[in-house]
Write a protein that binds this ligand. Structure first.
Ligand SMILES: [Zn+2]
Length: 341
């Protein structure tokens, strides 16, 4: 990141007759927007790439946006490098998922943040604790709820609302831009949600079931009427025990699961083995926080990510995706965010 000048003007000293007036340069630190970013823009820091993309859709180029978590890494165990402290120290607003997903990054942000900087935990704010979902991969006794709200369009819209409201307050000069971008994003996310409902209806009866390695679809499943019949990733990201694997094989056979879903970030030999022993196809390309393509590609967006996953799940279970295929997944505002790779 390039250094950007803070308030560089020195107090001006004026001689007026016998009086020495010391005037503190106006505008230094008094701007409500704290316009300290490059070209006077705010600096926004985000964590995982779906949140970076949602922020970029709402904010466009009205603020400088920098993601912290590199795409394709395990965001659940990610430890921010020392360089992240510098990025965080320059932030005006930091948007994290929360729900304990990025605790080391959040801790570093607390330590490094400058005066007036704002930390916003999107998931923790939009999801009351009474609705937290715990499961095999995110057991209650560990106190860490399943943090994957952004794979559910209803919550992605709530994230965008919070980003809009936070930015409108911090940067009122661009309030109307944030509102217009939010409205366009909300329409696209709703169109995705409608296309998903249309296409998932083509899955043969009783087969709207997910057996996954990485359990990124708990809230999605609850809201869209899917069943997560198993998620095999234990809380320590290792492989499940042989006894647990045997139980999953029995279950997959019993329910005649046509496809089991791995994640491209978490290759799983065990899922491959379950596939072999049950005759199910092992589809290992689901992704929960690694956007498709490269930064700048049209599908490199939250919308592109979710369309990819929903198509993969629906076609894997015997459905067709005409409505999702026809969707326009273009960003609603220019995405100039920095996505570490
Ligand atoms: Zn995840």
């Amino acid at each position: 990141m390039d250094a950007h000048p803070r308030c560089s003007r020195q107090p001006a000293v004026l001689l007026v007759g016998a009086l020495i007036l010391t005037l503190v340069a106006a505008g230094c630190g008094s701007d409500a927007a704290g316009s300290s970013g490059s070209n006077g823009r705010l600096h926004v820091v985000t964590t995982v790439s779906p949140i970076t993309s949602i922020a970029a859709n709402v904010i466009g180029d009205k603020a400088a946006i920098t993601g912290i978590v590199p795409e394709g890494t395990n965001s659940h165990t990610f430890e921010p490098p020392p360089s992240a402290a510098e990025v965080l120290s320059e932030a005006d607003v930091v948007f994290v998922n929360g729900l304990k997903l990025e605790d080391p990054t959040l801790e570093l942000a607390e330590q490094s943040k400058r005066e007036g900087a704002q930390l916003v935990q999107l998931g923790t704010t939009v999801l009351p604790e009474s609705e937290w979902i715990y499961d095999f991969s995110f057991p209650k006794e560990e106190g860490k709820a399943n943090p994957h709200l952004w794979t559910d369009p209803l919550y992605a819209i709530k994230y965008a609302q919070m980003i809009r409201d936070t930015m409108a307050k911090r940067d009122p000069a661009n309030k109307t831009v944030y509102e217009a971008n939010y409205t366009a994003f909300e329409q696209n996310a709703t169109a995705l949600s409608e296309a998903l409902k249309t296409d998932q209806a083509t899955i043969p009866a009783g087969k709207r079931e997910l057996l996954t390695y990485h359990d990124a679809y708990a809230y999605f499943a609850r809201d869209y009427g899917w069943k997560v019949i198993g998620a095999i990733q234990p809380k320590n990201f290792e492989d499940p025990t042989p006894r647990e694997v045997a139980a999953l094989i029995d279950q997959a056979k019993r329910e005649q699961v046509p496809t089991i879903f791995g994640s491209e970030v978490f290759p799983s030999a065990v899922l491959a083995q379950i596939g072999k022993e049950t005759g199910a196809r092992y589809e290992d390309t689901l992704r929960d926080d690694d956007l498709p393509g490269k930064p700048g590609d049209p599908e490199h967006s939250w919308l592109g990510l979710m369309r990819y996953d929903y198509r993969t799940m629906i076609t894997g279970l015997g459905g067709t995706t005409t409505a999702l295929d026809a969707l326009d997944t273009a960003d609603v505002a220019p995405d100039k965010a920095i996505y570490p790779q």
